[in-house]
Design a protein around this ligand. Sequence first.
Ligand SMILES: *Cc1c(COP(=O)(O)O)cnc(C)c1O
Length: 734
Amino acid sequence: MSQTQTVLPEESSTNSRSHEMGAQTLYDKCMALASNMWWAWNPEVINLFRDLDPIRWRQLDHNPIALLKEFTPARLESRATEMVLYSRIHHAYRQLKAYVSSNRPTWATMHAGVLGAKPVAYFSAEFGIHESVPIYSGGLGVLSGDHIKSASGLGLPLVAIGLFYDQGYFKQRLDEEGYQVEEYMDTRVDNLPLKPVLDDNGQQLTISIDTRTGKLLARVWLMFVGRVRLYLLDCDVEGNSPEDRSLTSRLYGGDERTRIRQELVLGVGGVRALKALGITPGVYHLNEGHSAFAPLEAVRQRMVDDGLSFDDGLREVTRHTVFTTHTPVPAGHDRFAAESVEEHLGPLRDALGISYEQLMGLGRVEPQNVEESFCMTVLGLKLSRRANAVSSLHGHVSRRMWAHLWPWRAEEEIPIGHITNGVHVPSWLAYQMNQLYDRYFPAGWMQRMGEPEAWQSIYDVDPGELWETHNSLKNLMLAFVRRRISRQCRRRGESDEAVETARNLLDPDVLTIGFARRFATYKRADLIMRDMDRLCAILSDEERPVQIIYAGKAHPKDEPGKELIRKIANARFESRFRNRLVFIEDYDVNVCRHLIQGVDVWLNNPRRPLEASGTSGQKVVLNGGLNFSVLDGWWAEAFDGRNGFAIGSGTSHTSDEIGDQRDADSLFEVLESRIIPLYYKRDVDGLPGEWVRMMMHSIGSLAWRFSAHRMLMDYARTCYVPAAGGLSCDMNFR
Ligand SMILES: *Cc1c(COP(=O)(O)O)cnc(C)c1O
């Protein structure tokens, strides 16, 4: 049914040339551009929307549908005339059309043909695609967004399944004391690029799941992300109890019961939705344990459709399932009480014909151990043909953590491999930097951005030009930061003087460090504050000062995290910091994009080995910033001594206190003796020659390796193709 809905909204039948397009046609083309998230990684289209009304564009969170709704076709046409937008609109529309409907071979046609008949079904609890679509909270979501964008770019047949949160994740405000306050906003569906999926009766497709305590309904939305279809389930439907209607309102809101019900909808509901859509996946990819119920529903379908026994169905489905684990701490894995599992999975268990003990056993390391709660990661590991961690180091940690699931195997034989995360280059690379690369890099390099060869021309770029481009991006970032801080001051009712100070904060000639991430305690946002005097001396140095920009949200229930934010936000009022330490509220994809495109140095100092991968530093690489990080997550395998800076020597500590002190010592030592001197060491022409060489080496050695294209190619070769029954080429993978 809805398979027939095309990726592109219907084109108006008038076949007009650009200069004689009618107002309505012009409007429809703009709406078509706004209705496929493809625009979000195409600078020409972004600029086009901005040029329609730069101020409203910013105020509306860069939401093109909301923007276009403020225009009538006639007003749009006159604005297009004024700004000479006709040919740009027409061109962008043709590009989109060619992109979504081209029959030209892609990377996937050559390397993953088997998926053409049976696509990958990619399940994730959140998708971070753009700030205007608030259905993500942080790293996991942004990774999922980048995953499907690169799948689209490589032409990989993949459908994605997630949940629609109509209030999303919270917006962060700080009160007068610097204390985090959470605000939830209602998202208007009609301002989002969502289309209802229709059933045979023309009604919005609704799937239903029985529990022991009643039925749960969810309707299905469709969002186009380039060539990829993203289906989102939403419990706000008539027929659900008022409580259930808000089940999918918020991301990670609520208690254990909310979580298991959300995960039931995502996993079981997701597989039902695919079935109703007539999609038969060749691969189920469970991105984190949240969706690990999915294979159970897939088994039920095989039993009904093909008459398989439970055991045969399980064997079959497992062969087609791959699982990615993201959590290096045992406490971070979703666990549910047995009664809760029985309440929610009971009817499915009946249909599978398995006992209570059998079902519970699937979520336990020791199936018979009634003391053990039901763990979604264990379920994912047991129901998949192979699992992967998200960096090399995280692979080691995960194999050790789950070794007791395979007690007869040596640690290196534990079937958990790794595919290191990467980022979607077109989404994170600044426009100006992209233009510079275009002038030096081989034609079509963007199509091959996951391969090292595409990036080697970075060493031919004129160092002065690279430095100039970086500095203009830094200035744009500083303007953004000043705008945000003065807005924060005004909202808190601070004096005109304070607002004025904010307008002049920060200096483009000063070495600028960025630190932005979730304020979980293990990330140690205040590590650099362990020695306040030393920090003050560094920030306020007359000759070679440093400034630091912070951003990040704490989980609503994380009091220590909120305390940290207060501490950092209030540093602004201490004169000894000379306004060289600032905190921007409401970290999201937009704030992240500004920071990673403009900083000189990106600081990351988690407690090793608790950062599974981290991806923000990979975004920094693309734009010429340098990483300064603990050898954890992706950086443990990326750092080569010449492409950035390391904190510590790659050891883990059993005592937090000792580890924190050692890392803080190392941080100061490297900052004072390496980073600051290198940044301020200028050649005769005023250029920091060695610094720029390091920027080049960082880009040349890291950008391709930590791109989502490389990540997707790894997933395709080592997971998807074998799982879909294609010829195995499992090199370097357990
Ligand atoms: C990229 C990104 C992240 C992930 O970065 P980490 O390195 O894991 O902190 C988190 N939040 C947002 C908004 C991002 O854009």
